[in-house]
Design a protein around this ligand. Structure first.
Ligand code: FES
Ligand code: FE2
Length: 388
């Protein structure tokens, strides 16, 4: 963790200065002006250093809700399914367990004796048994049996039970947070109400449409690119034919934001019902982002979940999972050519990666009309990195 100090600049604004590690880097300015018209972007040091990357892991990713995938595999009582939380960053072994009464929990998948991994593949059972020395737990995580411990004092204690990890469900999807800064409902914002009419819980996973991408760039550059439609006319000429760029709008919530664009005439679109604020509009896509690394993209054919997985200071993996609601709409509209759009985005993000490492690049400014989502993201990053 770094050291945080507050300083006031010439205009009286409080700046948080963070220096990391034993050999302090030049302190990184961690304040983003709330007024987008005056604000400057994050300092390039954020994208360059191992120290900033590690601080982001501990202060951002540990404290936010992370997507665990869908819960179809743990529908039945007695289901156990291991899940690794962000394998190349947090690499935290977790276990989804549904007990006989039907309660689903997220537990640590690490034995409380000497640390063996408990469950290695999805299975069905009425208890969890460690394969190392046979410690047993029930599906709520309570330790129920341990051989050769009769003489142990103060044993068992609550410390011998498996830790329960904060867990939330939305529309058949699971989320966990190791040390959440706020409840899941705060991170989701208006999502559950705003798009309840889509019936997302009835969508079906289509593995044939899943993708895994690797990008040679810092994870935040990928997220920033996602958070603005500003580049669509310049980077995605074909996509620009099906969405109405002029109608592109961004709504901000506390820890998430929504981008939406209207469809061009004749292109595939949602027809939102009367109880929604979008009634009467032909929406090409809803792009819902949850801080820091989850994208839920709703198209007329269904939901494309994009999970951004940091894999190093300048390497990112992105997993696409597709949930189909209306197979007849596949291939149409804004969600019709996702592979091409992704390739165009990756090329520009990798070019920006080279740019932010330049000795001559010192950060930039935001478009007040087109980059509100990027400004929101940077404000949240600065807030989390400066938090004690
Ligand atoms: S590590 Fe699990 S019983 Fe020993
Ligand atoms: Fe793009």
């Amino acid at each position: 963790m770094g050291n945080v100090a507050q300083k006031r600049d010439a205009e009286g604004n409080v700046n948080y200065c963070v220096s990391f590690g034993e050999s302090p880097l030049s302190p990184m300015r961690l304040t983003i002006d709330p007024d987008i018209a005056r604000a400057a972007t994050l300092e390039p040091a954020f994208y360059r250093t191992e120290a900033a990357y590690a601080a982001t892991r501990d202060r951002v990713f540990v404290r936010t809700w992370q997507w665990l995938g869908d819960l179809a595999g743990v529908a039945e009582p007695g289901s156990l399914a291991p899940r690794d939380l962000l394998p190349e960053l947090l690499d935290e072994p977790l276990l989804l367990a549904r007990d006989a009464e039907g309660t689903l929990r997220c537990l640590s998948n690490v034995c409380t004796h000497r640390g063996n991994i408990l469950v290695k593949t999805p299975c069905s059972a009425d208890h969890i048994r460690c394969g190392y020395h046979s410690r047993r737990f029930d599906l709520a995580g309570r330790m129920t049996f341990m051989p050769e411990f009769a003489a142990a004092k103060n044993f068992p204690s609550p410390a011998d039970d498996l830790p329960n990890v904060p867990f939330a469900e939305w529309a058949g999807q699971g989320f966990a947070a190791l040390d959440p800064a706020a409840p899941f409902a705060d991170f989701a914002g208006d999502l559950p109400h705003r798009l309840d009419w889509l019936g997302v819980e009835g969508y079906r996973h289509d593995p044939a449409r899943d993708r895994a991408y690797q990008i040679d760039a810092h994870w935040a550059l990928y997220v920033e690119n996602y958070l603005e439609g500003f580049h669509i006319p310049f980077v995605h000429p074909a996509l620009n034919e099906v969405v109405d760029y002029g109608s592109y709008a961004t709504e901000l919530f506390r820890y998430s934001n929504l981008q939406r664009a209207l469809a061009q005439p004749g292109e595939a679109a949602f027809a939102p019902p009367p109880h929604t604020p979008d009634y009467g509009q032909r929406i090409a896509a809803y792009y819902w982002w949850m801080f820091p690394n989850l994208m839920l993209n709703f198209y007329p054919w269904g939901l494309s979940v994009n999970l951004v997985q940091p894999a190093g200071v300048s390497r990112t993996r992105v997993a696409f999972r597709s949930y189909v609601g209306d197979a007849a709409a596949i291939g149409e509209g804004a969600g019709g050519a996702l592979d091409r759009v992704e390739a165009e985005d990756e090329a520009i993000v990798e070019a920006v990666q080279r740019g932010v490492r330049s000795r001559l690049y010192r950060g930039g400014r935001y478009s007040p009309t087109r980059e509100r989502g990027v400004h929101h993201f940077h404000r949240l990053l600065a807030e989390f990195l400066a938090a004690k």
